[in-house]
Design a binder for this molecule. Structure first.
Ligand code: ADP
Ligand code: MG
Length: 390
C-alpha cells in the first residue's frame, strides 16, 4: 500500500525526522489563510498523488506571493497529474500541500529497503539526491552508498554517523542525520514497510536537515496488524479495476497491450504473456484467476477484461488441475450471456475434463475458437486481434 507525501511526513515527525512546516488544503479558498499561517513570502504547492516525479510533471510549483499560490491551486485541484511514474491518464489531485519555500543548500537521498541479494535491510544514501536519482543510480552507481544492517543486531548511532561522514555531513548536521536515519529504521521495522525514501533530504542555509519529500510503501500482507496505517489508504489513487478484481480474489494488473488474458496460476499467466509477445502480440493485462477458481470468478474476470478499452482479443488459458475444465467452460458461457461477446476469443483448456469443456464451448452458439495447444492458441489470438479496430 502507498500513502501520500503529507501522510509520510506526519509519520516522520512522530519518529524525530524533521520536515518543513506545511498545511494540507483541498480547496483554493483555504490557500491564503495557509500562507499567512506558514508565514514567509515563498511557498511551494505540492500535488498529493501516489506517484513520484511530481516535480517533472508540473505537480510541484514554487510560488512568490499568495496570488501565485492561488493560481497554482486552481490549476492543480481537480485535474489529473501525469508524471514519468504514472500511466498516460495520470492520477487525480484532490489535495495539495502548501509548504514554506526552503533555502536549500544540498539535496541528498536517503532510503531503506530489503536487499534481496544480501537478505538485509539496507540503507541507501547519496549526495546526489533530488529529481534525477534514478539517473544517478543507472549511470553512476558508485555514487550510491549502501549499508546492510546486521539482521541479528540493530542499526547503531555509530553506523549512522559513519554514513553521515560519507555524505560529508559534519557536526550538528551529522547528529540530525543520525536521528533521522534511526527514525526511518524504526518506522521501517515496526510498521512492516517494504520501501521508505526521503528524496530529497535537504540541508538548509539555517543548518537544518529536513525531509522535503516522503515515500513509504507498506507490505500489504502485514497490513492486518496496522490499523493506523490502513486508515491512511486513499482508493482514489488506486486502479479501480485492480481493486474490483481483488474483491473477487482475482489477481489483476492492467497493462498497455491489446490481448486480454485469463489464466489460472501466476506462472502460467507469465508464460502465456511471454508466448503472446513471442508471436507478435502484447498482453493487455496479467490475470490470475487462482488455482481453485469457480465459474462465478471466471465470469467476473471475463467482465473485467471485456470492459478494458484497449482490448482487441481475449485468450483464455486454463489448466484444469484442481478446477474442472467443464466448469470453466460454463463460467465463460455464463459470462458471455451476461456481458455479450464483441471481441474474438480463443480458449485453450487442458487437464481435468478438458474434452468436455472444449465440447461445451464448441457447441455453444457464440463464436468461440477452441484450441488444445497453447502455441496454436497464442498464434490464433494474435492473428484474430489484428483484424479488430478500436
Ligand atoms: P517529486 O519527487 O515527486 O518530484 P519533491 O517533493 O521531491 O517531489 O519535489 C521536487 C523538487 O522540488 C525537490 O527536489 C526540490 O528541489 C523542490 N522542492 C520541493 N519542496 C520544496 C520546498 N518546500 N521548498 C523548496 N523547494 C522544494
Ligand atoms: Mg522527491
Amino acid at each position: 500500500m502507498h500513502i501520500h507525501e503529507y501522510q509520510a511526513k506526519s509519520l516522520f515527525r512522530q519518529f524525530n525526522i524533521q520536515t518543513p512546516e506545511a498545511i494540507l488544503i483541498n480547496s483554493t479558498k483555504e490557500a491564503s489563510k495557509a500562507c499567512t499561517e506558514l508565514g514567509g513570502e515563498i511557498w511551494v504547492v505540492k500535488a498529493q498523488v501516489h506517484a513520484g516525479g511530481r516535480g517533472k510533471g508540473g505537480g510541484v510549483i514554487l510560488c512568490r506571493g499568495v496570488e501565485e499560490v492561488e493560481n497554482a491551486c486552481n490549476k492543480l485541484l481537480g485535474s489529473n497529474l501525469i508524471t514519468p511514474q504514472t500511466d498516460a491518464k495520470g492520477l487525480p489531485i484532490s489535495q495539495l500541500l502548501i509548504e514554506g519555500g526552503q533555502n536549500i543548500e544540498r539535496e541528498l537521498y536517503l532510503g531503506l529497503l530489503v536487499d534481496r541479494q544480501t537478505q538485509k535491510i539496507t540503507v541507501l544514501a547519496s549526495t546526489e539526491g533530488g529529481m534525477d536519482i534514478e539517473k544517478v543510480a543507472a549511470e553512476t552507481p558508485d555514487k550510491i552508498i549502501k549499508f546492510g544492517v546486521d539482521p541479528l543486531g540493530n542499526l547503531t548511532t555509530e553506523d549512522c554517523l559513519s554514513i553521515a561522514e560519507k555524505l560529508n555531513l559534519e557536526g550538528d548536521l551529522a547528529k540530525q542525520f543520525s536521528n533521522a536515519l534511526i527514525g526511518l529504521y524504526v518506522i521501517f521495522t515496526t510498521k512492516d514497510v517494504s520501501l521508505i525514501e526521503i528524496n530529497p533530504l535537504i540541508t538548509t542555509a539555517e543548518n537544518k536537515l529536513l525531509a522535503l519529500d516522503g515515500k513509504i510503501d507498506f507490505d500489504d500482507n502485514a497490513l492486518y496488524r496496522h490499523e493506523d496505517i490502513i486508515k491512511l489508504r486513499d482508493i482514489s489513487q488506486e486502479d479501480e479495476k485492480e481493486n474490483e478484481a481483488s474483491e473477487h480474489q482475482l489477481n489483476y494488473i492492467s497493462l498497455d497491450g491489446t490481448i486480454g488474458c485469463m489464466v489460472n496460476g501466476a506462472g502460467l499467466a507469465m508464460a502465456t504473456m511471454d508466448l503472446i509477445e513471442h508471436h507478435g502480440g502484447s498482453p493487455a493485462n496479467f490475470l490470475d484467476v487462482g488455482g481453485g477458481t469457480t465459474a462465478e470468478r471466471v465470469a467476473k474476470a471475463f467482465e473485467l477484461i471485456q470492459t478494458e478499452a484497449n482490448v482487441k482479443g481475449i485468450l483464455v488459458n486454463i489448466f484444469g488441475g484442481i478446477v474442472r475444465c467443464d466448469l470453466i467452460a460454463k463460467g465463460i458461457l455464463q459470462a458471455i450471456e451476461k456481458v455479450g461477446l464483441n471481441l474474438p476469443i480463443v480458449v485453450r483448456l487442458e487437464g481435468t475434463n478438458a474434452p468436455a469443456g472444449l465440447k461445451l464451448l464448441d457447441e455453444a452458439t457464440f463464436d468461440i475458437h477452441t484450441e488444445a495447444d497453447l502455441t496454436q492458441a497464442a498464434i490464433k489470438i494474435v492473428e484474430l486481434s489484428k483484424g479488430v479496430s478500436t
